[in-house]
Write a protein that binds this ligand. Structure first.
Ligand code: ZN
Length: 427
């Protein structure tokens, strides 16, 4: 039995979003065994490895609730794009865990290769966060082809496709229901599935024991999704008061990806609109989406932080950027800390085993330099990252290496054929 005891710094109670002093986290065989009173620490090392974090803050591993590990636009049979997306997947996964993200909810990949990556990460052959993947998204024909979709029309076909994807390995089912963009070919608030199709997708997924999420920008589609019992609304750009109140009542989780939308990363990456149009759109989209998120905050909707790094590998501190953006929109600090931990686990339906430091849960721990309650940037300064009790980052006691690591986290790292610096600057 291998025991590690992390002590010497405040520990996050993720359910409340508050740090508690005087606690030590005991990990045994990759799981959280107990939280000890710091007074009750064993005197010597004995069988346990004692890690003194010297006043730094201890959190459960961060959860990115909207992280496409591998995602490329392009047509399905394009071998070059598929190959690139696999390379991206390995890079994004490594960068995520370097940043303290120990779990991701991957809401869509154009091909089922994501399941292979998930398996290699789980087996420890690829460095990366624990991955829950939706695989290809389900959508009615009429949606952009240039997306991560399998197309299905009519309730029978939707039911069949949902079953197929779950059997193929999807951890949850993701639908694409609507877009709102500045790109005229997608027009405003297009809607791709009927109420009946959405309802059958949700009920079939639930019958198969998996949860559901949906790319949703228009109000009408979000309303239909929530009425159908959708578990997660991804993005949720135009939510009105009545809908956010219903989401709060039903426990529907919102993953707003507010930073990504404010940066307009979704919309214009492929050069189909001019820079001026994009800047204008980015600003308007940021305003519209922020207002939507603010309504959700007021209504008490469970909000989980997601980064949506599609088509480009951004700086690794994206989840912290999202945390800061949510805080700037008015999300109280306690809720921001829940958004990057337990609420992501709730989005996955896994808050009994992830997203908090409670007995029996995965031994996922991130120790950061500084106090996130006063400065969320502290979250971008990890000194120790453990997944299932195994160290992935260990910079305790080496200030110089730690500083270099944090600097690398904040540096945008473009992919070969994209220019993410543009979007990072605009944000
Ligand atoms: Zn996405």
């Amino acid at each position: 039995m291998r025991t590690t005891i992390i002590h010497g710094g405040p520990v996050l109670d993720a359910r409340r979003g508050r740090f508690r002093d005087g606690l030590a986290v005991v990990l045994r065989d990759g799981r959280v065994a107990e939280l000890l009173s710091a007074d009750a620490l064993p005197a010597g090392d004995g069988d346990a490895q004692l890690i003194d974090v010297e006043g730094r803050h201890v959190l459960p591993g961060l959860v990115d609730a909207h992280c496409h590990l591998m995602s490329r636009s392009g047509v399905e049979a394009d071998a070059e794009l598929v190959t690139k997306s696999v390379v991206d997947g390995v890079l994004v996964a490594g960068r995520a865990i370097d940043a303290g993200v120990t779990t991701v909810r991957d809401p869509g990949c154009k091909h089922r290769g994501i399941y292979e990556l998930r398996r290699e990460i789980a087996a420890g052959r690829v460095r990366g966060p624990r991955t829950f993947a939706a695989g290809p998204n389900v959508v009615g024909s009429g949606a952009p082809v240039d997306w991560r979709n399998v197309f299905a029309d009519g309730v029978d076909e939707v039911r069949r496709v949902v079953r197929k994807e779950v059997l193929a390995g999807a951890d949850f089912v993701k639908l694409v229901l609507s877009h709102t963009t500045g790109q005229s070919r997608w027009r405003t608030c297009l809607r791709y599935m009927t109420d009946e199709e959405i309802a059958v997708a949700v009920s079939e997924a639930h019958a198969l024991g998996v949860r559901t999420g949906c790319h949703c920008e228009g109000l009408e589609a979000a309303r239909a999704a929530v009425a159908a019992g959708m578990d997660v609304i991804d993005h949720g750009t135009w939510l009105d008061e009545a809908l956010v109140e219903r989401m709060a009542r039903q426990g529907t989780v919102l993953v707003p990806t507010l930073w990504a939308f404010s940066a307009a990363t979704h919309h214009g990456y492929n050069g189909t609109i001019s820079d001026a149009q994009l800047a204008d759109f980015s600003e308007r989209m940021g305003d519209v989406h922020r207002a939507s998120v603010q309504r959700a905050i007021t209504a008490g909707v469970t909000i989980a932080a997601g980064t949506d790094p599609i088509h480009w590998v951004p700086a690794q501190d994206l989840l912290v950027r999202e945390a800061e953006t949510l805080a700037a929109a008015g999300l109280p600090t306690e809720d921001v800390l829940r958004a990057v931990t337990i609420n992501g686990a709730i989005a996955l339906g896994r808050d009994d085993e992830l997203g908090a430091l409670e007995p029996g849960m995965h031994g996922d721990v991130v120790v950061v330099d500084g106090d996130p309650t006063h400065d969320l940037r502290a979250l971008a300064r990890p000194v120790l990252v453990l997944k299932d009790g195994e160290p992935f980052v260990d910079l305790l006691g080496d200030r110089e290496r730690a500083a270099r690591h944090w600097e690398a986290l904040a540096r945008p790292e473009p992919l070969s054929d994209r220019q993410p610096e543009v979007w990072l600057e605009r944000a």
